[in-house]
Design a binder for this molecule. Structure first.
Ligand SMILES: *Cc1c(COP(=O)(O)O)cnc(C)c1O
Length: 418
């Protein structure tokens, strides 16, 4: 059973000052998640989680993660700027970008971030633009498909990211000759994995690669970045990942592959986004309308512009009707937003308690890749974000957009001049 971290009473209280829809985040859950992760990898001296900013770019949340010892993983200029505003700098920042504009690369270099090169040609690009830093990471793509227990998890061979092994070997040789001192390896080979085996398997692949690269190039490899991809149980019948089992699996691979090769000083990095925050965010919405045609429809004040995943990927997000947590799910509804697009459905044929206009619903697991994928189609405005603090109080951490925000990019024109 999935239980919301807010109650109907709390939502009614919040709604007095912050109208629905809004995204709400659970501070206690976020802190606990970060502490569990850090404990699961405490066997590795240099371990650090670099939270993937794209998942939930909010300075209040980034600051909570910073207090818990996390860094940030950025891939754009504005993500770097937000991280800088939160006080992240130098080795607190990974810059794992692709198709990188000059301005973004320059900013990452100026901040002293760890730069993770997505392509062989980016070596020359970086060198010409900024010079080469003391430490450089390369992103690895093994091609083919990524399997666990003979099951295909994802298709790196079709992914635009990373370099071949031959390219990384060449890049390490060139960089070493040009004075780069330390090296890192990074790979992201499968997304939203709900299994404790993904990281250990990826780690073994990267550890083996590190040993081979060290032998072939003499490069001093100090960092291995397992990136993102550890998933969450969006569906109530899925078994959640156990981060302690995952940490232990990575430790075993470390002991078996790196330690015998004399490379036991390597620091493990992660760039988790979804795993850190998805379960600790809800999209809270109110039922505006109901209609009865060929199917039963429940229309919310939130729409796909507030949460794109169901429309884009057909993703399942669990829904709880607040105040009816224990009522029987004896009605079947399509739960929709108000976009003029028929894929604007949060749920299709979902068994739920009987819903009335004015009910509040919680859409679960929206704390990562939720608000951040929002958009303004149909002139819909982005919602507020709220932090449910450890003491139970609610804090506005991003106000909702207003029509003035929507029209702000016409501020040069006579149509919307003040
Ligand atoms: C998106 C992304 C992540 C985070 O992925 P999750 O699935 O949210 O864990 C980490 N690193 C890079 C480079 C990414 O693009």
């Amino acid at each position: 059973m999935k239980k919301p971290f807010v109650t109907l009473e709390q939502v009614k209280e919040i709604e007095k000052t912050i109208p629905t829809p809004f995204h709400i985040y659970d501070e206690a859950g976020i802190r606990q998640k970060a502490r569990d992760l850090n404990r699961a990898f405490s066997w590795n001296k240099g371990f650090k989680e670099y939270f993937a900013v794209k998942a939930t770019p909010n300075p209040y949340l980034l600051s909570i993660l910073k207090e818990e010892g996390c860094g940030v993983d950025c891939s754009s200029l504005t993500e770097l700027m937000m991280s800088e505003a939160c006080g992240f700098s130098g080795s607190d920042i990974m810059f794992s970008s692709n198709v990188t504009p000059e301005a973004d690369m320059k900013k990452a270099f100026e901040l002293g971030a760890f730069i993770n090169l997505d392509d062989f040609t980016h070596l020359e690009f970086l060198e010409n633009l900024c010079g080469l830093p003391e430490t450089v990471f390369c992103r690895y793509n093994p091609g083919g498909h990524f399997t666990l227990d003979n099951q295909i998890m994802d298709h790196p061979g079709d992914a635009k990211y990373g370099m071949t092994k031959a390219q990384i070997t060449e890049a390490f040789k060139i960089m070493k000759a040009k004075g780069v001192k330390y090296f890192g390896i990074h790979a992201f080979l499968a997304s939203n994995t709900v299994t404790n085996d993904y990281y250990p398997s990826l780690a073994r692949t990267l550890f083996t690669l590190a040993v081979e690269l060290h032998e072939e190039t003499g490069a001093d490899i100090r960092y291995i970045n397992l990136s993102g991809g550890v998933g969450v149980a969006y569906k109530p019948d899925q078994q959640e990942n156990d981060i302690f089992a995952i940490g232990e699996g990575v430790r075993q691979a470390f002991e078996e592959v790196l330690v015998p090769a004399g490379m036991g000083n390597i620091s493990i990095f992660t760039e988790l986004g979804r795993f850190m925050l998805a379960p600790h965010g809800h999209l809270v919405a109110k039922v505006l309308h109901q209609k009865h045609i060929y199917k039963e429809y429940v229309g919310l004040d939130a729409c796909a512009a507030n949460l794109m995943r169901p429309a884009m990927y057909g993703s399942y997000h669990h829904i709880t009707v607040l105040g009816k947590e224990n009522a029987p799910c004896d009605h079947v509804y399509d739960v929709t937003g108000g976009l003029c697009e028929n894929n604007d459905k949060f749920a299709i044929d979902r068994a739920l308690p009987e819903i009335e206009i004015g009910d509040y619903v919680v859409i679960h697991d929206t704390g990562a890749h939720g608000f951040s994928m929002g958009y303004n189609y149909n002139g819909k405005l982005r919602s507020a974000e709220v932090l449910l603090k450890e003491d139970g109080s609610a804090q506005l951490i991003r106000r909702a957009e207003t029509p003035a925000d929507y029209f702000a990019t016409f501020d040069f024109s006579p149509y919307f001049k003040k």
